[in-house]
Design a protein around this ligand. Structure first.
Ligand SMILES: [Zn+2]
Length: 466
């Protein structure tokens, strides 16, 4: 009889504990979780950060890009093992959150851990580990891009054309987010040339230079169904009312087809082409490619600009626009998307940098799937543009890439900036018949695209196809 009593009291104790736990959960579900969900963003952030240790940000190939370390004094320190390499895309938490740290802030501060420890921690008020964000970024490619950019100012963006996954996004100069507090005063100084806090890849606006000849060609093709019969006699320059547009190095290209004009990047023929395209159709074509609007991406970006419109342009400006000068401006991310769209058969995918969210134990909580943004070209337009971009590598300004085992298509650009050395551009994709990656490279104030941007693209392509 006595034993039975003991058993019953044990049962009652457990039952009591169970009811308490249940009560706490009911209370939590009814009140505290609502308080968390309904509160404003910053309040939510504060409430969550008292209960959860911020989760990790991880590369697609499993490398930790951001984590929270507890130091000897029990202080939480956000740590970035690769210092400045991912400064812009992964971002920071101090001095204004940016990058993935900002976009996935609440995710990183939410714990979906279901372990028995987590339950116990929650009851006794100990912090649980937050969810981890697995990005689309490839560490090997990012490192290759980071190393290849060297000490230059500029950016590299690599996209998987079929999905829109951003595989690499590097901007220089960068800053070390581990030392942001220490260096804040110097970093936030308004120095226009350096601007280390700016993500040049998605926010830097540059004249596209000759990379824009892809768009000019497409606009010309739509206006002239007989474009395959195009011929032009290049005399090394073309003039209009006192303005002279010269071919690079004053080269006289002579009688050329559209393919030759594209491969050699003949400014005279493209300036003439630019001035022949009706400005309203040129503008609406550009806007179908997301000029003059935010890019469909969960990455902070500045809209590229195509300023010419009916009533606000001149023949001179139309000529300059044909070669990617004038008032036209583009971000490296957007230019990568244009290359990726051609690589993907005319369908532009929404670029994204977050692949999935996992609990600290590795359970999948949310996966992001590729999304189509728009279809901007027909397959036959794509095929023709691809053949032009192939000829840039086999016979034109990006011949250096011809020695790679993989067949590459692309376009160089040398964007002039008054009073400064030109910006060097290259955009392209590979392999040409079944593209796996699209790339955009810009090097600020350095010189020609073939000389300064193509070698960087070569190193990144090498790292991918190695
Ligand atoms: Zn020419």
């Amino acid at each position: 009889m006595k034993n039975k009593k003991v058993i019953w009291s044990v049962v009652y104790i457990f039952l009591g504990l169970f009811v308490m736990t249940l009560g706490y959960f009911t209370y939590y579900l009814m009140f505290r979780s609502k308080e968390v969900v309904n509160s404003t963003y910053n309040l939510r952030h504060d409430v969550l950060s008292k209960r959860v240790i911020r989760g990790d940000i991880i590369s697609a190939d499993g490398i930790i890009l951001a984590e929270t370390i507890i130091d000897e004094d029990g202080e939480e320190i956000r740590s970035y093992p690769y210092n400045d390499m991912y400064a812009h895309v992964v971002g920071r938490v101090l001095r204004g959150r940016t990058g993935i740290e900002e976009v996935e802030n609440i995710t990183l501060l939410t714990s979906d851990s279901r372990s028995s420890d987590a339950l116990y921690n929650d009851l006794i008020g100990v912090k649980n580990p937050g969810n981890n964000v697995v990005s689309t970024l490839n560490h090997k490619l990012t490192k290759a891009a980071y190393d290849a950019l060297g000490d230059n100012r500029g950016a590299v963006v690599v996209i998987e054309p079929s999905t829109g996954k951003i595989l690499a996004m590097v901007s220089k100069p960068a800053y070390n987010p581990n030392d942001i507090e220490k260096n804040w005063d110097k970093l936030s100084e308004d120095n226009e040339d350096e601007s280390p806090l700016l993500n040049r890849a998605s926010q830097g606006l540059y004249p596209p230079g000759s990379t824009f000849k892809i768009i000019t060609t497409l606009a010309y093709m739509r206006e002239n169904p007989d474009y395959k019969d195009y011929s032009y006699k290049c005399k090394g320059s073309t003039e209009y009312e006192g303005m002279t547009i010269r071919c690079s190095n004053n080269r006289v290209h002579g009688n050329i087809s559209l393919k030759e004009a594209f491969a050699q990047s003949c400014n005279s023929s493209f300036a003439t082409m630019g001035s022949s395209i009706p400005v309203d159709s040129f503008r609406s074509l550009c806007e179908s490619f997301y000029f003059n609007k935010a890019l469909p991406a969960r990455v902070i970006n500045n809209p590229s600009r195509f300023e010419m419109r009916l009533g606000d342009y001149s023949v001179k400006e139309a000529m300059q626009t044909g070669i990617g000068q004038g008032r036209t401006l583009i971000t490296p991310l957007h230019n990568a998307m244009i290359a990726a769209t051609i690589a993907n058969g005319g369908i532009m995918m929404k670029p994204y940098v977050i692949d999935r969210v996992e609990s600290s134990g590795g359970r999948l909580l949310k996966g992001y799937v590729p999304e189509e943004a728009t279809q901007v070209m027909t397959l036959s337009e794509v095929d023709y543009l691809k053949s032009l971009m192939a000829s840039v590598v086999t016979d034109g300004t990006a011949k250096k890439l011809n020695k790679l085992d993989v067949k590459v298509g692309g376009k160089t650009g040398t964007a002039q900036q008054e009073g400064y050395k030109s910006h060097a551009w290259f955009i392209g994709f590979a392999p040409i018949n079944d593209p796996k990656i699209a790339i955009s490279v810009i090097v600020e104030n350095k010189g020609s695209g073939s000389e300064y941007a193509v070698p960087i693209a070569e190193k990144v392509l090498d790292a991918y196809f190695d």
